[in-house]
Design a protein around this ligand. Structure first.
Ligand code: CA
Ligand code: CA
Length: 481
C-alpha cells in the first residue's frame, strides 16, 4: 500500500494483512476507531526531491480512542524526507512484535522525523514501543498537550531533541540515552529514569521533576524544579544551573520529610552536584504542606562545596499555608573526606492540627476560631467542639458527653478525638451548685484509648442523696505550645 498524492487520506475501517505501508508524500489519517495493521514496516516520508527547509512533506496522524496503527517491524518516520507521526486523542502507534525490537525510528537516509504527542492543544495519543531512536540529526519528540497525566514508557536514544510545550503533565519512564537537548517551556515533564544525559532547560511556565537523575539541568527565569511525582521525592542532579527568577517547589511532609535535590553519589559513582546559583537576583522557594507534623529542619539540597553565602541572602520563599521559616546552611562531613554544604529550611510556625481544623470551617485560629472563643454561640467553646468532633459553626453541639445514673453512681463519659494530648488536656469537673467545681481524679475518672475512635474518658461520681443535685461537665485546657 502506498500513498503518493499530496492530499490527506483518511482511513476509518479495519485494514489488516497489508505487507508494507509507505507514505511518500501527503498525509494519512487513521481516525474514528480505524486501524491499520502491517506485517512489515510503516514508512512515513520517502521522497528525496523535497524542500528540506519546509515542514513535513508526509505525515501519519492517528486520532481518537480506538484508532491504531501497528507494524510488526519498525515504524520509520522520515526516510529521505521530513515527516511527522501525530498521536492525538488516544490514538496509538504500535511498533514491533512482543519480545522483538519494538522501535520507532526517526530520520533515515537524510530524512528528519518528528513524533508529536497532541499538537495544537489537542489531547495526546501514545506509542506502544520500547524505544524512539533517531538515526539522523534533527529528530524531535514534541509534547504539546493539556492532559494531566500522559505516561510514555518508550526510551529515547540517538540524535533527537525533546520539547515540552503544552500545559499538560508528561511522565517519561524509559531510559534516555545520549540524546540531545530538552526544552520545557510549559507544562510539567517528569522522569523516573535513573539516567538522563540530556541537557535540560526549563523556562516560561515549565516545570521538571520526578525521581530520576538529571545530568544537566538549567532553570531559566520562571522555570521550576519540583522533586517527586505529585508528592515528596528525591531529584538527583549533576550540573545544576539556576537563573534569577527560577522556582523551587518543595513539599514538606510528616516527620521532617521533604522534597530533596541531591548530588547523584548514591548511584555508586561519586559525582558532585555542580550547583551554579545566579550572580544576582532572587530564587523563589515555594512550599506545600504535605502533612507536616512538626516544626524543624528540613534538608532541601545537598550540593558539594559550591553553595555560597551570598546566594542565601537572595532566597525568597512563599507557602500556601501559614508558615514562617528561614534558610540555613550547614557544613557536613561527607564521604571520601569531602565536606559539603547542606541547604536547610527551618520552619518556625505552621498550622497546628487545631488551626487546620479551625480553618476548615473558615474560622481564623487567632480570632473567632481561637480555642477559647465560641464561634457559633452555642455555649460550647471552640476547643471543646474540637475535642468532641463537633462543628464549631453549626450552633448544634455534637457528640456531647453522656450521663447515666445507676443506683450508686453517676457515670459521665465522652470520647475525645485522638492525637490531641500535645495541645489539649481533658478531664471531668463536678459541682453541686454550678458555682464551685471540683476536678474529678483517679480512680473516679479513667481514660481508655479505643483504636480508631479516640480516647474514652469515664467518670464514676458518687450518686448524691435523693433530691440533691449533682452536675458534671467536660474540662478542656489548652496547653502551652
Ligand atoms: Ca514534590
Ligand atoms: Ca460553639
Amino acid at each position: 500500500m502506498a500513498d503518493g498524492n499530496r492530499g490527506t487520506t483518511t482511513l476509518s475501517g479495519q485494514n489488516t494483512n497489508i505487507p508494507n505501508v509507505v507514505i511518500t508524500t501527503g498525509g494519512l489519517r487513521v481516525a474514528q476507531s480505524g486501524s491499520l495493521s502491517v506485517s512489515n514496516e510503516i514508512v512515513i516520508g520517502d521522497e528525496r526531491t523535497q524542500d528540506m527547509s519546509g515542514g513535513a512533506l508526509a505525515f501519519l496522524e492517528i486520532d481518537g480512542a480506538g484508532s491504531k496503527i501497528a507494524a510488526e517491524r519498525s515504524i520509520i518516520v522520515g526516510r529521505k524526507a521530513n515527516a511527522e507521526l501525530r498521536l492525538k486523542n488516544g490514538g496509538i502507534a504500535e511498533a514491533g512484535r512482543p519480545g522483538q525490537l519494538r522501535e520507532i525510528v526517526l530520520g533515515d537516509d537524510f530524512g528528519i522525523g518528528t513524533v508529536i504527542f497532541g499538537g495544537g492543544g489537542t489531547n495526546p495519543g501514545n506509542v506502544s514501543a520500547s524505544s524512539i531512536r533517531s538515526i539522523e540529526a534533527g529528530g524531535k519528540v514534541i509534547f504539546d498537550h493539556p492532559a494531566a497525566n500522559l505516561t510514555v514508557s518508550a526510551g529515547f536514544s540517538g540524535n533527537l531533541t525533546v520539547e515540552h510545550r503544552g500545559s499538560g503533565t508528561t511522565l517519561l519512564t524509559g531510559n534516555l540515552v545520549n540524546i540531545g537537548t530538552t526544552q520545557v517551556t510549559a507544562g510539567t515533564l517528569l522522569y523516573t529514569s535513573p539516567s538522563n544525559s540530556s541537557a535540560i532547560t526549563v523556562s516560561g511556565s515549565g516545570s521538571v521533576g520526578g525521581s530520576g537523575t538529571l545530568s544537566r539541568l538549567s532553570l531559566a527565569s520562571g522555570g521550576c524544579i519540583s522533586p517527586g511525582i505529585n508528592g515528596i521525592g528525591i531529584q538527583r542532579v549533576g550540573i545544576f544551573n539556576v537563573a534569577a527568577g527560577a522556582k523551587f517547589r518543595i513539599d514538606l511532609g510528616p516527620n521532617l520529610t521533604c522534597d530533596q535535590i541531591l548530588n547523584n553519589s548514591a548511584l555508586g559513582t561519586f559525582i558532585d552536584m555542580a550547583f551554579n546559583p545566579p550572580a544576582s537576583g532572587n530564587v523563589n522557594f515555594e512550599f506545600r504542606n504535605r502533612g507536616m507534623t512538626q516544626n524543624g529542619v528540613y534538608p532541601i539540597m545537598r550540593p558539594y562545596n559550591q553553595l555560597t553565602a551570598s546566594f542565601l541572602s537572595r532566597l525568597r520563599f512563599t507557602a500556601n499555608f501559614p508558615l514562617q521559616g528561614y534558610f540555613q546552611q550547614t557544613f557536613v562531613n561527607g564521604g571520601f573526606g569531602n565536606r559539603y554544604y547542606q541547604l536547610e529550611f527551618v520552619t518556625t510556625g505552621f498550622d497546628s492540627p487545631y488551626a487546620i481544623w479551625a480553618r476548615s470551617f473558615s474560622l481564623n485560629p487567632a480570632g473567632n476560631g481561637a480555642p477559647e472563643q465560641d464561634a457559633d454561640h452555642d455555649g460550647v467553646k471552640n476547643m471543646v467542639e474540637y475535642v468532641l468532633r463537633s462543628s464549631p459553626i453549626s450552633g448544634i453541639p455534637e457528640n456531647l458527653p453522656r450521663m447515666d445514673l445507676t443506683t450508686t453512681t453517676l457515670i459521665f463519659r465522652f470520647t475525645a478525638r485522638p492525637g490531641i494530648s500535645e495541645a489539649f488536656a481533658t478531664g471531668v469537673e463536678y459541682s453541686t451548685d454550678l458555682r464551685t467545681w471540683t476536678v474529678a481524679t483517679f480512680p473516679a475518672v479513667s481514660s481508655l484509648e479505643i483504636s480508631g475512635q479516640g480516647i474514652l474518658t469515664t467518670a464514676a461520681l458518687p450518686r448524691p442523696p435523693a433530691g440533691a443535685p449533682l452536675f458534671a461537665r467536660i474540662r478542656v485546657t489548652a496547653l502551652a505550645p
